[in-house]
Design a binder for this molecule. Structure first.
Ligand code: GKR
Ligand code: MG
Length: 416
C-alpha cells in the first residue's frame, strides 16, 4: 500500500464575533481538509489550520508524499523536514505564540496516515495509540464575550451581544441546556479584570459544582494576575495563560498555589524542560494540530506524567474531522484528565456525514468506526470550499476585525 494522491482543500466556515484579548473572530474561520488516497483505494482524512502559511506548507509537502508507505511515520517526517526549514512558523510575527510549520504539517498528515492505518486493519484510531482509557470524552463549555454580528453575508449570528457578566451567564445557561456541559472555560482578557472576576463568581454561583477556568491569553501583568488569583481563590480549577511569557508565568507561579495552565508558553517538547526548571506552569494543553499529531500528544502525555504536570486539551475553531481526532487522542491519553476544550458548540456547519455529533451531558462518544470513524459529506465540503473562494480571506486577523467593532481599539498584551 502506497500513497498515490494527496488533496488539500481550503475551507471557510461561517463564524461569529467571539472576543479575545487580540481582537475578535472574523466572519469566517479558515480550515484545510486533507484527503490522502492510497494505491488500494483507502482515503485518509485530516483537518488543520487554513491560514496562508499552513496552507502553503501543506501544498508544498503534498506532492512529496507520493509513494510513501502510510505506516511509515518516520519517512513522513523525513520528507517534511527536507522540504520545510526548521525555523519557519505558521503565525504572524505579532502572534502571542508560534508553532513550527514542519510540526503542523506533520501533525496534519500524521492523522490522515493513522486514519488510513485504522481503515486498512479495521480498527479505530485510538487502538493505534495503545487503546482507549475512556470512550466517552468530557468537553467543557467554551464561553466568549462577543459582539452582535454586523456583517451577516456569510452566516447568521449566535446569541447576539454578550458583553456583561450577566449576559455571559445566560450564554452558559443556553449551552448547558443544549449540550449539558459540566465545566466551563471563559475566554478572558476582554473586559476589565474586575468584570471578569465578577463573571467567574457568577458562574460559580450558577454552577456550584462545575470546574471553572479563565484564559486571558497573557492580558494581565503579574501584579494584576496576583490580584485576580486572590479574589478567585478556591473558585478556579486552573488559570490559563494569565501572563505573557515563561518568566512572568514563573514569577506568578512562585506567588500562588492555584495551578497555571498554558497553550502559549509550552507548545514544543523543548519548552517543557524550561517550564519544569522554572516551575512556570503545572498543566500543559495538548493539541494534536501542533504537538506532532496524535502520537506526539501520546508522548506529551507520558512526559507530563513523568514530570508531574497535568494535561488538558486546547482548541481552535474547527470542524468534525478535527473533533473526531480530538476524541481519539483524548481517549488514548491516560494523563489527559481535565475536560477538553472545544469551539465546536460555536460551529454551525460541518463536513462530516450524519450531522453534528451530539453532546450528552457535555460528553462525546469516540467514533468506533475504523480510523477516525468519520466520512465526508462531499456536498458540504464543496459548499465550504466555495465560501473560501467567496470570502477572499487568507489569514486570521482578529485585531483588524476588532476595528470594525471598536474603531479605536489598540492591541496591547498585557493590557491590564
Ligand atoms: O478562538 O479566540 C479564540 C481563542 O482565543 C483561540 O484562538 C485560542 O487559541 O482557545 C485558544 C486558547 O485557549 O488560547
Ligand atoms: Mg489558551
Amino acid at each position: 500500500m502506497q500513497i498515490i494522491e494527496v488533496k488539500v482543500t481550503p475551507l471557510a466556515v461561517p463564524d461569529v464575533p467571539l472576543a479575545n484579548t487580540k481582537g475578535v473572530h472574523q466572519t469566517v474561520f479558515l480550515r484545510s481538509l486533507i484527503e490522502v488516497v492510497t494505491s488500494n483505494g483507502i482515503v485518509g482524512l485530516s483537518e488543520t489550520y487554513g491560514a496562508k502559511r499552513t496552507l502553503k506548507g501543506l501544498n508544498q509537502v503534498a506532492p512529496l508524499l507520493e509513494g510513501l508507505d502510510p505506516y511509515d511515520l518516520r519517512d513522513l517526517r523525513r520528507r517534511i523536514d527536507s522540504a520545510i526549514p526548521a525555523n519557519r512558523g505558521i503565525n504572524a510575527a505579532t502572534a502571542l505564540t508560534d508553532h513550527k510549520l514542519a510540526d503542523v504539517v506533520y501533525s496534519a498528515f500524521e492523522i490522515a496516515m493513522l486514519d488510513i492505518q485504522g481503515k486498512s486493519i479495521g480498527r479505530p484510531l485510538f487502538d493505534l495509540l495503545g487503546g482507549a482509557v475512556r470512550k466517552s470524552i468530557p468537553f467543557g463549555g467554551y464561553l466568549f464575550f462577543k459582539f452582535a454580528k454586523q456583517d451577516l453575508t456569510f452566516g447568521p449570528d449566535i446569541m447576539g451581544e454578550v458583553m456583561t457578566p450577566d449576559a455571559l451567564i445566560e450564554q452558559a445557561k443556553e449551552f448547558r441546556g443544549k449540550h449539558g456541559f459540566q465545566s466551563w472555560k471563559l475566554k478572558g482578557g476582554v473586559l476589565a479584570p474586575d468584570l471578569e472576576i465578577e463573571t467567574m463568581l457568577k458562574l460559580r454561583e450558577t454552577f456550584p459544582h462545575h470546574p471553572l477556568r479563565i484564559d486571558p491569553m497573557g492580558a494581565w501583568t503579574v501584579e494584576t494576575a496576583k490580584q485576580v488569583v486572590d479574589k478567585l481563590d478556591g473558585v478556579l480549577e486552573y488559570l490559563e495563560d494569565p501572563c505573557r511569557g515563561m518568566d512572568d508565568m514563573a514569577r506568578l507561579s512562585a506567588m500562588i498555589d492555584m495551578p497555571l495552565a498554558t497553550n502559549l508558553v509550552v507548545v514544543e517538547f523543548e519548552q517543557i524542560i524550561e517550564a519544569v526548571r522554572k516551575d512556570a506552569v503545572q498543566i500543559v494543553l495538548a493539541d494534536h494540530h501542533y504537538w506532532r499529531g496524535a502520537t506526539g500528544v501520546s508522548h506529551l502525555g507520558e512526559i507530563c506524567r513523568a514530570a508531574s504536570l497535568g494535561v488538558s486539551m486546547h482548541s481552535n475553531s474547527h470542524l468534525g474531522v478535527s473533533l473526531a481526532a480530538m476524541c481519539h487522542v483524548a481517549a488514548a491519553t491516560p494523563s489527559l484528565t481535565y475536560d477538553c476544550d472545544t469551539h465546536y458548540a460555536w460551529t454551525t456547519k460541518d463536513i462530516v456525514q450524519g450531522g453534528p455529533p451530539r453532546f450528552d451531558a457535555g460528553k462525546l462518544r469516540v467514533p468506533e468506526g475504523p480510523g477516525l470513524g468519520v466520512e465526508l459529506d462531499q456536498e458540504a465540503v464543496a459548499e465550504l470550499h466555495d465560501l473560501y473562494n467567496r470570502a477572499m480571506m487568507v489569514d486570521r486577523d482578529d485585531t483588524d476585525e476588532m476595528l470594525k467593532y471598536v474603531p479605536d481599539f489598540v492591541r496591547k498584551v498585557p493590557r491590564w
